[in-house]
Ligand binder design. Sequence first.
Ligand SMILES: Cc1cc2nc3c(=O)[nH]c(=O)nc-3n(C[C@H](O)[C@H](O)[C@H](O)COP(=O)(O)O)c2cc1C
Ligand SMILES: CCCCC(=O)C(=O)O
Length: 383
Amino acid sequence: MANFGDYQLQIYLQGMLQGTTPEITTDLARLESQAAGKLSAEAMGYIVPSAGSGATARANQAAFERWRLVPRMLRGSTERDLSCTILGTAMPAPVLVAPIGVQTLAHPDGELATARAADALGLTYTHSTQASHAIEEIEARNKWFQLYYPTDPDVCLSFLQRAKAAGYAVLVVTLDTGTIGWRPADLDRGFLPFLKGEGLANYFSDPVFQSKLAKPIAEDPGAAVMQWAQMFPHVGLHWDDLSFLRDNWDGPIVLKGILHVEDAKLAAEHGVDGVIVSNHGGRQVDGAIAALDALPPIAEAVGEQLTVLFDSGVRTGADAAKALALGAKAVLLGRPLLYGLALAGQPGVDHVLRCFLADLDLTLALTSHANHRELNRDSVVRG
Ligand SMILES: Cc1cc2nc3c(=O)[nH]c(=O)nc-3n(C[C@H](O)[C@H](O)[C@H](O)COP(=O)(O)O)c2cc1C
Ligand SMILES: CCCCC(=O)C(=O)O
């Protein structure tokens, strides 16, 4: 059996024997500056910055810095087993592709490339409601669908039915983006890709959405965009609205954007299957708690009843190991994948995923763990 960490030896050997070095850095925290050379100022402004002053994004990184792994010795295994089954989906490692909208901003192949790269490694790809490619275009064995619950229930139902028909296994309902946060980098440029018609593929391909328009989209795209702008903001969404999803989706449901332990308990009471502890990478509520700081109490309160997943600020194998030790069953990778996509399309995403998995695998090997399930609260200390 091969270990994900073997990618490290492969890179060394290519350097030593063929004189080639990776075109994309292996330091995932540095990807952002490398990708800056490839992306327009508008795309960088949309992808990189966080809401407001960026305090929450900084808090995410600071929280990872505060927690420290405490390595064990002499109990490891030559072969690590990172495989797991999360909500019925078999995974080779506890790592998923986070839902990220409008990926053609980063590369013309957009979500098609990201999904293919994930699929080639057997990883689960999560497709955003705000994607640049439609639900049906994604070819991946393991795919989850992320819902931004539209205010129009007919369109919502249509999304659920399309996702089910196209083979998506799990519904991820994002709760932290009832509307778009205060994002100065975009505001100062007056730039929002959706208002240019980008990232609306799921809406524009939807027959129910189309039926609500006075004219076909090709004849009046501006009106179609404004129709989306009416349906997207949903700050009035309530716990009771989840029953509509429960009634119309027969697979697992996961709530993304949970940070308060009471909301995690309410999630359990409302019969969902999992939560993603996340602050949306700091893109929504500036000043919000670091996602990693929210994780331990939530895992403690509902970890037995619900599948607890995590994202926001995960950049290294050590970050993933810390989140797993603090109670997450798996982590979702966000911006680094988009930087890999910007730099080289599908091979760029593949490289980023392989680096991340190798780093996690080597972290387990070096801390004497045979698999990630052995990580627990004793594996970390708060510095
Ligand atoms: C450009 C961009 C677009 C995103 N689009 C979505 C989306 O459509 N739906 C969603 O639930 N989360 C979306 N997210 C949030 C990610 O799923 C994830 O929570 C976040 O990227 C994690 O933070 P990190 O990138 O710092 O690791 C987006 C993030 C970025 C950077
Ligand atoms: C309308 C917002 C959808 C994309 C998103 O979630 C993000 O940019 O963070």
